[in-house]
Design a protein around this ligand. Structure first.
Ligand SMILES: C[S@@+](CC[C@H](N)C(=O)[O-])C[C@H]1O[C@@H](n2cnc3c(N)ncnc32)[C@H](O)[C@@H]1O
Length: 692
C-alpha cells in the first residue's frame, strides 16, 4: 500500500480477479485514499482507477503499454485520448527529460535569446527520430544507432557527432565531395527545407543527456499522432504545463464540431452530389486545392492537421471514383496558415503538418512514393510566431488574388535557396478556425487588456468587460470584410450571455456577418484542474450564412441534436436577433429600479454559514437576528450566506450578545473612517444596513 497512491498485490496463479476485488473491498484501500488497485500473478494483470472506474485487464507483458493510465500517480492529469496513446506520452516524456537535462548543462540556452535555438534543435531531433523509423533514412534506427556507435558515454563527443549529422543533412549531394564529412554522416540524405539551416550550434551533452537522447530515439516514432502529440509536446518547453499533459488539447471530436459545419460537410455533400460524374468530381478536386485553412491560435497545429487529413480523404475518394492514376495530391500545405504565440509550438506545428502530409501520402499513395516525395523537405504550413491580436491577419493569410511573398516562410524561418517564391493565390475560400484562449476580463494581464484595446477602443465603450476570446471573433469578422472567409471558434459561452452580448455582437453584425451555425453550451471535458467548470460554445460566423442555419446541442453524454432554423441569435437561440442591452433608468411604463439593501459595513454585518453556526451554538438567542441574505452570487450559484438584521426596537436585546456588540462597533468604526462623506453619518446607526 502506498498512501494516497496505490494498493497492489501479487497473487497465486489464476487468482488475479478475486485479488483485485479483495483489494477494492479492503477498508485499508479507502482509509489510505488509494487512487488505484492493481493485482497480478505474473502472467495476467488487472487494475482499476478508483476515481474514474476505468479498468485494464491484459497479459502481464503488456503492462507497459498502459502506463498512461497511471499518470495520476506522477501527479499528472490528462484527458483520455492522450492517456490511451502510450507512444505519444512516452515520446513527450522522453523529450522532456532530454530538454530539462540539456538545459542543466547549457544554461544560456534557457535564456529568451537562445530559446528559439533550443526549440529548433529539439524539432530537428524529432524529425530525425521520425525519419529513421519511417525509412526516410536508410537502415534501421540510422540516426540513433549512429549516435550510439560514434559517441562514447565516457567522452563528450555527442555534440560533435550530432553537429556533423546535421551538417550532412543541410548539404546537397553535389556539395559533399569537398565538405570533408565523416563517412558515417555521408549516408544521411539532404533534408534541408530550412530544417537544418540556421543556427548550427549543438548544445553540449552530458552522459545523462546522451542516455536520454538514445532512450527517445529507441521509441517507434512512426506511430505518433501529429494532432495529439503536438498538443502534448507544448509541455516539453514549459514547466507550468507539465503537470497537465495536453493542457491545450482539443480532442478530434471537438475539432470536428468546428470543421464539419464550417466547410467539411459542404465538401462531402458536393462529393455525394457529384456521384460518378467525372467533370463534377474534377471541379470538386479543383475547389479543394484552392481552399485555405487558417487557425489564428494554432498551438501545435491540430486543427490544421485534422483539416488537412480530412481534405486529403475527400480528395482520395475523388481520385478513386474518377479512376485517376495515383498521383501527387493537389492539396498543398502552404494553403494552411496559423498564428501562435509560443515559439516551440510554432516549430511543432510546422513539423506536425509535414508528418501529417507524409502519413497521408503513405496511406493514400503508398510508402515508396511518399518517401520519394518527402525529401528534401518542401514547404510546410505558413505558421507565424506572434500575438494574433496584434498581427495583421491579412499579412499572414493575404487576400486571394494578390501575390504572396514566401520569404523565409519555410519550415524554420530560414530563407530558401529559391530566394523568394511568389505564388498566385487563385480565388478560393478561406476558413478561419481554432480554439483561441478564453480569459474573463478580471483575469487578463495588462498586455492582454492592451491587445483588446487595440482592437476595440474607439469602436465600443465598454470593451473592457469582454473576454479575451472576443478579440479573435472581431478580427475574424474584420478579415471577412476583405476576404471570402467564414470563421468558427470554440469559445467560452460568456460571450453569448449578459453584458458581453451588446458590446461584441453589434460590431460583428456591422461587418455583415451573421451566425451561420452554433453549438449551444457544453461542458469542456478537458483536464479537470485547469479547465474545471468551463462551459464552451462553438460559433460559426459568415457573410453568407444562408437561409437555413444549424443549431447543434449535446444531449446527455454524446448525442447531438441539430435544429434547422432561419436565424440563430446571439444567445444561440433559434429566434429573431434581439439584443438585451443595459439601461440606467427604468422606462416610463416600468417599475422604478433602485439600489437594494446596501450594508457598507466592512463585512461586519455579513455572516457566513460557518460563522452563523458558531454564533448560534455559543449564543442561541442570536438566531433571531441572523437572516438569510441573497445577492447575485447566492441567486445564481445557489450559495448560502447570512446577515445581521436588527430592528431599532430590538437593539438593546441584540447588543447584549457579545459577538453582535463587537460587530456593530466595528461597523461604526468603518463608517466613521469612510472617505465618502455620505457614509459617515451612517455611523449613527451601525446596527443597520446603510441603505434599506
Ligand atoms: C486552447 S489552445 C488551443 C491550441 C490547439 N488548437 C490545441 O488544441 O492544442 C490556445 C493556443 O493559443 C495560444 N495563444 C494564447 N494567446 C495567444 C495570442 N495572443 N496570440 C496567438 N496565440 C495565442 C496558446 O499558446 C495556445 O497554444
Amino acid at each position: 500500500m502506498q498512501r494516497n497512491n496505490i494498493h497492489l498485490a501479487v497473487c497465486a496463479d489464476g487468482a488475479v480477479t478475486e485479488t483485485l476485488n479483495a483489494l477494492k473491498a479492503s477498508p485499508a484501500t479507502s482509509k489510505a485514499k488509494a487512487k488505484f488497485v492493481l493485482a497480478t500473478d505474473g502472467a495476467w494483470f488487472e487494475t482499476e482507477d478508483l476515481d474514474s472506474g476505468e479498468t485494464i485487464a491484459c497479459q502481464y507483458p503488456h503492462f507497459p503499454d498502459h502506463f498512461g493510465f497511471f499518470l495520476p500517480l506522477a501527479g499528472i492529469s490528462t484527458v483520455k485520448e492522450i492517456r490511451n496513446n502510450a507512444i505519444d506520452i512516452k515520446a513527450t516524456g522522453r523529450l522532456n527529460r532530454l530538454y530539462v537535462e540539456l538545459l542543466k548543462d547549457n544554461e544560456d540556452w534557457a535564456t529568451d535569446a537562445r530559446r528559439h535555438d533550443m526549440n529548433q534543435f529539439m524539432t530537428r531531433l524529432i524529425f530525425c527520430f521520425f525519419a529513421e523509423d519511417t525509412d526516410l533514412f536508410k537502415g534501421d534506427d540510422l540516426f540513433t544507432s549512429t549516435i550510439e556507435q560514434m559517441t562514447d558515454s565516457r567522452t563528450d563527443n555527442t555534440q560533435y557527432v550530432i553537429g556533423e549529422l546535421f551538417r550532412a543533412m543541410d548539404m546537397k549531394p553535389e556539395d559533399r565531395k569537398t565538405a570533408n564529412l565523416p563517412r558515417w554522416a555521408c549516408v544521411f540524405p539532404w533534408v534541408n527545407g530550412g530544417l537544418f539551416a540556421g543556427c548550427k550550434e549543438i548544445p553540449t551533452f552530458s552522459r545523462i543527456a546522451r542516455s536520454y537522447l538514445l532512450h527517445a530515439g529507441r521509441l517507434d516514432w512512426k506511430e505518433i499522432n501529429p494532432d495529439i502529440f503536438g498538443s502534448m509536446i507544448q509541455a516539453v518547453a514549459d514547466d507550468s504545463e507539465r503537470g497537465e499533459l495536453g493542457m491545450h488539447y482539443t480532442s478530434v471530436p471537438n475539432i470536428l464540431k468546428v470543421l464539419n459545419p464550417l466547410f467539411l460537410d459542404g465538401l462531402r455533400g458536393q462529393l455525394e452530389e457529384a456521384g460518378d460524374n467525372s467533370r463534377k468530381l474534377l471541379n470538386l478536386r479543383k475547389r479543394l486545392s484552392k481552399i485555405r485553412v487558417f487557425d489564428p491560435a494554432c498551438g501545435s497545429g491540430n486543427f490544421l492537421v485534422i483539416a488537412y487529413i480530412r481534405m486529403r480523404e475527400i480528395e482520395a475518394d475523388i481520385v478513386r471514383k474518377r479512376g485517376e492514376p495515383v498521383q501527387k495530391s493537389w492539396i498543398k500545405l502552404e494553403k494552411f496558415f496559423g498564428i501562435e504565440i509560443k515559439d516551440f509550438a510554432v516549430e511543432v506545428a510546422r513539423l506536425s503538418l509535414l508528418i501529417a502530409e507524409f502519413q497521408c501520402d503513405v496511406r493514400l499513395i503508398g510508402q515508396k512514393e511518399a518517401k520519394s516525395m518527402m525529401l528534401p523537405l518542401k514547404h510546410t504550413g505558413q505558421i507565424r510566431q506572434g500575438n494574433a491580436l496584434r498581427v495583421n491577419w491579412l499579412e499572414v493569410c493575404p487576400p486571394v488574388g494578390t501575390g504572396v511573398k514566401l520569404v523565409s516562410n519555410d519550415l524554420f524561418d530560414t530563407p530558401l535557396e529559391q530566394v523568394e517564391i511568389d505564388f498566385e493565390n487563385v480565388a478560393g475560400e478561406t476558413y478561419i478556425c481554432g480554439n483561441p484562449p478564453y480569459l474573463g476580463s478580471t483575469w487578463q494581464s495588462k498586455e492582454q487588456k492592451d491587445d483588446l484595446e487595440t482592437i476595440f477602443d474607439g469602436r465600443v465603450k465598454s470593451w473592457k468587460s469582454l473576454d479575451y476570446v472576443a478579440g479573435w471573433f472581431m478580427k475574424a469578422a474584420d478579415y471577412g470584410i476583405v476576404e471570402n472567409a467564414s470563421a468558427a471558434f470554440v469559445s467560452t459561452n460568456s460571450i453569448c450571455q449578459g453584458q458581453q452580448v451588446p458590446i461584441l455582437w453589434p460590431l460583428i453584425f456591422q461587418t455583415g456577418h451573421e451566425i451561420a451555425f452554433a453549438y449551444t453550451s457544453f461542458k469542456w471535458a478537458n483536464l479537470a484542474s485547469h479547465n474545471a467548470g468551463v462551459t464552451v460554445v462553438i460559433i460559426g460566423v459568415s457573410k453568407k450564412a444562408g437561409a437555413t442555419r444549424q443549431l447543434f446541442s449535446l444531449e446527455g453524454d454524446s448525442e447531438t441534436v441539430v435544429k434547422k432554423t432561419g436565424n440563430i441569435n446571439t444567445y444561440l437561440v433559434p429566434a429573431p436577433s434581439i439584443i438585451v442591452d443595459s439601461v440606467s433608468r427604468s422606462p416610463n411604463d416600468r417599475a422604478l429600479m433602485v439600489w437594494g439593501n446596501k450594508p457598507t459595513d466592512g463585512g461586519n454585518l455579513v455572516v457566513s454559514s460557518v460563522e452563523r453556526q458558531r454564533i448560534i451554538s455559543n449564543t442561541p438567542e442570536a438566531s433571531e437576528f441572523i437572516r438569510l441574505y441573497f445577492g447575485a452570487a447566492e441567486f445564481i450559484r445557489g450559495l448560502e450566506r447570512f446577515c445581521l438584521w436588527i430592528e431599532d426596537d430590538d437593539l438593546a436585546k441584540a447588543v447584549a450578545i457579545q459577538e453582535i456588540r463587537d460587530r456593530i462597533a466595528r461597523v461604526k468604526g468603518f463608517r466613521l473612517a469612510s472617505k465618502a462623506a455620505e457614509t459617515r453619518p451612517a455611523s449613527e446607526y451601525p446596527h443597520r444596513f446603510r441603505q434599506i
